[in-house]
Ligand binder design. Structure first.
Ligand code: GLU
Length: 396
């Protein structure tokens, strides 16, 4: 009998990845499934970025790079922070990883010890809780609600900070709710975290450019620069530049933390793909004409899908501030439906009966909801909404 480590047995496969694989397998078998599971832009990687990747291959940039990334990319990241975020980092405060996901994983491995607690505002991206668990820590979910517009619950946060609290994980705009924690809320949070100087703060800004809130995008360091020593910012090129498969993400923060992340990376993946790093340089240094166009397109789709969902009885959907997700509540629908008891069953029902694949809210720590990725053209989204409506009506 094969045995496995205690820690691997504590976590489950990522729902976003596994449900997408399942939907794609059904498609390969000839089923006509509309896939609204994975958070991945449907647009092609812009041409100038692909050209830079090709040029890197042709000019022999096909070897290991330094563990934390090629200097040109690290400089491009430093300049990006300066230009777009008004944040100053040195290049030894930056590390490039194989996707933002690896950077987050690295951070958790280097700061979390057994039984350390990590505060995570819910709903949260599927991998946060399992990554914390894998590092030996305990995820503490800060519940929010649809009614309160997914706002941070400061009473809960205050009550749950203790000697074991090691990290507060921010993600704004948020996957899956699309919520942006604006500067007022960030200031309030900073005021609270300022009193607890042993708590690290992480800010996952990967959806920074898929954004339509009226405020200019800000993260916690913009409103509280004094927290810089213990704040780590994550970002990457996957979502903004439609480069998910290139696997380039990065982290910026205190150089001592970055150094430890680099040690871990040197013992795991060595470095991110050299070719992808050169493509990422062009993404970050050249003007991307496609970026605002993609953003406009996501917003159009968002407006359409939110309107359609709100027309379904028992379903309510908030407008988002950004991302390419919507996160409607099906709580009322599930309550009145005899045959479906929860969001897992509802997602399964929509897949089997409606041929539309979505992710249950439970995967994000918020049952009763579904996450729909709108990174799909309007024509297919219209088809998906028709199917969802029909399947739901058939069940009443
Ligand atoms: N972050 C995206 C999502 O939530 C991509 C898949 C993943 O890594 O979770 O769907």
């Amino acid at each position: 009998k094969l045995t496995f480590s205690r820690r691997i047995n504590l976590i489950k496969p990522s729902s976003t990845m596994s449900l997408t694989s399942k939907a794609n397998e059904l498609r390969a078998l000839g089923e006509d499934i509309i896939v609204l599971t994975v958070g991945e832009p449907d647009f092609d990687t812009p041409g100038y970025i692909k050209d830079a990747g090709q040029k890197a291959i042709e000019s022999g940039k096909t070897k290991y790079t330094s563990v934390d990334g090629v200097p040109e990319l690290k400089n491009a990241i430093v300049n990006k922070f300066k230009k777009e975020n008004d944040l100053i980092f040195n290049s030894d405060e930056v590390i490039v990883s194989s996707g933002c996901k690896q950077s987050i994983f690295n951070l958790l491995q280097v700061i979390i010890d057994h039984d350390d607690e990590v505060l995570i505002p819910g709903p949260y991206w599927v991998s946060y809780a399992d990554m914390v668990t894998y590092a030996g820590g305990k995820p503490i979910l800060i519940e929010s609600s649809y009614e309160n517009n997914f706002d941070l619950n400061f009473d809960f946060i205050e009550k749950n900070i203790n000697d074991k609290t090691k990290l507060f994980m921010l993600n704004s705009p948020n996957n899956p709710s699309g919520k942006y924690f604006d500067s007022t809320m960030l200031r309030k949070l900073a005021g609270l975290l300022r009193q607890h100087d042993k708590i690290y703060i992480s800010s996952d800004d990967i959806y920074e450019h898929i954004f339509w809130h009226h405020e200019k995008f800000q993260n916690i360091l913009n409103v509280a620069p004094d927290l810089k020593e213990r704040t780590i910012i994550f970002n990457g090129v996957s979502k903004a530049y439609s480069m998910t498969g290139w696997r380039i993400g990065y982290a910026a923060g205190n150089k001592e933390i970055i150094k430890k992340m680099k040690t871990l990376q040197s013992q795991s993946t060595s470095c991110a793909s050299s070719v992808s790093q050169y493509a990422a340089i062009s993404a970050l240094t050249q003007k991307c004409e496609e970026l605002p166009k993609m953003n406009d397109e996501y917003k159009k789709r968002h407006d359409y899908v939110v309107k359609e969902l709100n027309n379904i009885s028992g379903v309510t959907c908030r407008e988002t501030d950004g991302t390419f997700y919507v996160f409607p509540s099906f709580i009322e629908y599930i309550k009145k439906c005899q045959k479906i008891n929860n969001d897992d069953e509802l997602a399964m029902y929509l897949l089997n009966e409606g041929k539309v694949a979505v992710v249950p809210g439970s995967a994000f720590g918020m049952p009763g909801h579904l996450r729909l990725s709108i990174a799909l053209d309007l024509k297919n989204l219209e088809k998906a909404m028709d199917r969802i409506k029909k399947a739901l009506n058939n069940n009443e």
